[in-house]
Design a protein around this ligand. Structure first.
Ligand code: DGI
Ligand code: FE
Ligand code: FE
Ligand code: FE
Length: 192
C-alpha cells in the first residue's frame, strides 16, 4: 500500500526528482519524530509523503480547484497562490489518495503556516518539512535539527521566527496563521 502511495506521489510531483527526494525526506523524518514523541508512525509517514502532493499544480489551477471544491481562499493566499498547495494537498489526500484519517489531512493542511496549538502530528510534519536531510537553505539548521528531537516546541518557535524574518526581508505577504503560530509558540517557550 505504501509503495503504491509513493508511486502515485512521484507521478503527482511530475517526476521532479528534487521535490520527490524532499518528500521522501519529510516522510522519513516525520516517522522518526513520531517514534520520538509517541505518535503513530504510519500516520506520520503518510502525512509526510503526501504533504506536498499539490505542490506541482500550476498556481492558476490551484486557485481554480480551490474555488471548484469549495476550499476557502483568503486575501493573503490570493497574493501568494503557492500557499494553497497545503489546503489543496489536504483535499487531494482525502479525495484522490483516499486518506480517511482527518488527523493526517489536517497535518497536510497546516504544514506551511502552522497554527496556534497544533496537534503533535501537525507539529511533526511542520518541523520535518523544515529539517529533512535534503533541505539546506535555512540558517540555524543544525540547531533546529537537534532541537526537533529534544524540545519540539522550541524548534517550532525557532522555525517560525526565522520564517517571519525571511518573509519580511523578502517582502512577502505574511499569512495571519504564520504570525499566530509564532506568537503561540513564543508564549509556550517563554513560560518554560
Ligand atoms: O512546500 P515546501 O517548499 O516544502 O515548504 P512549505 O510548504 O513550508 O513552504 C515554504 C515556503 O512558504 C517558505 O518559502 C516560506 C513560505 N511561507 C511560510 N509562511 C508564509 C509563507 N509565505 C508567505 N507569503 N506567507 C506566509 O505566511
Ligand atoms: Fe509545502
Ligand atoms: Fe514548511
Ligand atoms: Fe515540503
Amino acid at each position: 500500500y505504501i509503495e503504491d502511495l509513493r508511486k502515485q506521489v512521484k507521478k503527482a510531483l511530475k517526476e521532479d526528482k528534487m521535490r520527490y527526494r524532499h518528500t521522501l525526506g519529510v516522510a522519513d523524518t516525520s516517522a522518526c519524530l513520531a517514534m520520538r514523541y509517541g505518535v503513530d508512525m504510519q500516520k506520520a509517514y503518510i502525512a509526510g509523503l503526501l504533504h506536498d502532493c499539490a505542490k506541482c499544480v500550476p498556481d492558476t489551477v490551484k486557485l481554480e480547484e480551490c474555488n471548484r471544491y469549495g476550499i476557502e481562499v483568503t486575501e493573503f493566499e490570493k497574493n501568494s497562490l503557492y500557499l494553497l498547495h497545503a489546503k489543496l494537498g489536504a483535499y487531494y489526500a482525502k479525495e484522490l489518495y483516499h486518506i480517511e484519517d482527518a488527523s493526517i489531512c489536517s497535518a497536510i493542511y497546516w504544514h506551511t503556516t502552522g497554527h496556534a496549538g497544533m496537534t503533535k502530528l501537525e507539529e511533526i510534519v511542520y518541523i520535518a518539512d523544515y529539517i529533512e536531510p535534503y533541505r539546506n537553505h535555512a540558517q540555524n539548521l543544525d540547531t533546529i535539527r537537534q532541537l526537533a528531537f529534544t524540545d519540539l516546541e522550541k524548534a517550532i518557535y525557532q522555525v517560525t521566527k526565522d520564517t517571519l524574518a525571511y518573509l519580511k526581508k523578502k517582502g512577502g505577504s505574511i499569512d495571519p496563521a504564520t504570525i499566530q503560530t509564532y506568537e503561540y509558540y513564543q508564549k509556550l517557550v517563554e513560560k518554560g
